[in-house]
Unconditional design. Structure first.
Length: 165
DNA sequence: ATAAAGGCCACCC
DNA sequence: GGGTGGCCTTTAT
């Protein structure tokens, strides 16, 4: 269960990206969710589950603005991360992987000082709440395999190809 | 408290 | 290629 400040004016919306339609949600601190859902309904279900009891107001224009910053200008917007200490350390490590590069689950485990926790790292990466901005797609398997992706390997591959340019 | 399920890896065959 | 055992965190009993 997650918590957002009562002063945070939570909002959400949808927008097209190079990888299909995304859903974003915001608190006053920044983006708190970015997903590539199969349907709008599943995106809303997801928000409901993760931010139980929080009333998001739709604002597609804000999403479009942010999407432009992120996908066109390559800027890093403010984010509002919530998770366990372990998850936060993993998500922070992900943000150090440069665009156009990849890392592995084992290397991330190493980077956070928990070399044995490789599998748990995979689980934490799978729980990444802010796709693309937290570049979970840049992590592949040690043996060169793609690994997994919450919204489909096709999407993961598309993002990686796009980032090479 | 405990069990079960993971976006993994190394090692075997 | 495939199966197994070990590893560690999270979530659901």
């Amino acid at each position: 269960m997650e918590y957002l400040s009562p002063y945070s004016e939570p909002s959400y919306g949808f927008c097209e990206t190079p990888f299909g339609e995304c859903c974003m949600a915001f608190s006053n601190e920044g983006i708190c969710a970015l997903t590539f859902p199969e349907s709008r309904q599943s995106a809303l279900d997801d928000l409901e589950r993760r931010f139980q009891g929080i009333d998001f107001v739709q604002n597609d224009e804000k999403v479009a603005r942010l999407a432009s910053q992120i996908f066109e200008k390559g800027k890093n917007p403010a984010i509002h991360l919530m998770g366990t200490p372990f998850q936060l350390s993993v998500w922070e490590a992900l943000q150090k992987i440069p665009k156009g590069h990849t890392s592995t689950y084992a290397l991330i485990a190493e980077a956070i000082g928990r070399p044995k926790a490789v599998r748990a790292v995979g689980t934490a990466i799978g729980a990444n709440p802010i796709a693309y901005v937290i570049p979970c797609h840049r992590v592949i398997r040690t043996d060169g395999g793609l690994g997994g992706f919450r919204w489909g390997l096709e999407c993961k591959m598309a993002i990686l190809e796009w980032e090479k340019k």
